[in-house]
Write a protein that binds this ligand. Structure first.
Ligand SMILES: NC(=O)c1ccc[n+]([C@@H]2O[C@H](COP(=O)([O-])OP(=O)(O)OC[C@H]3O[C@@H](n4cnc5c(N)ncnc54)[C@H](O)[C@@H]3O)[C@@H](O)[C@H]2O)c1
Length: 282
């Protein structure tokens, strides 16, 4: 570990995930060969007292610091605005992969990765079996993929008002069933796991992978993520993941560690835990 050069990580966004990642790199990174290169947040006041002043980046469009991986944990808008510029400088992990449901942006990012010889990564998030799905996709045996995410209504952040009238005790309600592309615009903060699945299942893509979001007032302690994979000759896999989550939490607690493990996959010589969208060197 001592002989390995440190991997310099830039964190873009300092909400729940950004704070978790930055604190963990500062605390545990040295032993793992990770160094915090910078942290950027829309409101830099939030970083005071938590992030050393010399690591605070004030202007995202002036990126002069040496950095090996930039991790976006902010908003799909930032992926759109800065993603190609990030890829010009370093590898890029897209924490808000619902942004990739925009086909133009998806293509732009792939082209930038190709042009600059960098890799675009998507963390596995709460997706179980992402790498198996990717292997089936790559071998041409993936026929269909369906993901259902069920959560307490207080855990959804929807762009429309289909859930504005929920009442405690109402039980289960299917909010939407359709393609992941449609779900990404309806619930961009809730369907990152589905977006990661659409990346793993690239041949089906955002329009081919199907999903469903379900509100369930019984789910006060867990988010439930079900994945149904269909292959040839009757092959199928159905997984059910119960992800502990507080009431109102958009992100399940196990997803934080999953995110961290995806980042550790960036270490040279470590197995890749993130789903690689495009790596020109592979
Ligand atoms: N890939 C996954 O599995 C996964 C899991 C959880 C969250 N996410 C995504 O990661 C991102 C961060 O999640 P979080 O839980 O830390 O969210 P959060 O709301 O706690 O933090 C988001 C941060 O980004 C800032 N922000 C919001 N909109 C912005 C904009 N348009 N421009 C600049 N800054 C903006 C906020 O001020 C905040 O500091 C979100 O997009 C979320 O959907 C992905």
């Amino acid at each position: 570990m001592e002989n390995r050069p440190s991997v310099r990580i830039g964190v873009v966004g300092y909400g729940h995930l950004g704070k978790f990642l930055a604190e963990k790199i500062l605390r545990d990174g040295r032993a793992l060969g990770l160094t915090l290169a910078f942290v950027w947040n829309r409101n830099p006041e939030k970083l005071k007292g938590s992030v050393p002043a010399e690591l605070v980046l004030s202007d995202l469009s002036v990126l002069r610091r040496r950095c090996d991986v930039i991790v976006e944990v902010c908003h799909p808008q930032i992926v759109e605005e800065f993603g190609p510029r990030f890829l010009a400088r370093s590898h890029f992990m897209v924490g808000s992969p619902s942004a990739l449901s925009n086909p133009d942006l998806n293509e732009k990012l792939r082209q930038a990765a190709q042009q600059y010889g960098h890799t675009l990564y998507v963390p596995s998030g709460a997706l179980w079996g992402g790498q198996d799905i990717q292997r089936m996709n790559d071998s041409g045996t993936l026929k269909a993929l369906f993901i259902r995410m069920s959560k307490h209504p207080s855990c959804f952040r929807l762009t429309g008002d289909i859930l504005s009238d929920w009442a405690e005790g109402e039980g289960r309600r299917v909010l939407f069933r359709g393609s992941v592309a449609e779900l990404c615009s309806l619930a961009p903060n809730n369907v990152n796991t589905m977006a990661a699945a659409a990346v793993a299942a690239g041949a089906l893509g955002f329009t081919g992978v199907q999903g469903e979001i379900v509100s369930d007032t019984e789910l006060s302690d867990f988010h439930v993520v079900e994945v149904e994979v269909t292959g040839p000759d009757g092959f199928s896999v159905h997984t059910v993941r119960r992800n502990p989550a507080r009431l109102g939490a958009v992100t399940g607690s196990a997803t934080y560690n999953s995110f961290w493990n995806s980042l550790l996959g960036e270490l040279p010589a470590a197995p890749l835990a993130a789903l690689s969208v495009f790596n020109p060197r592979l």
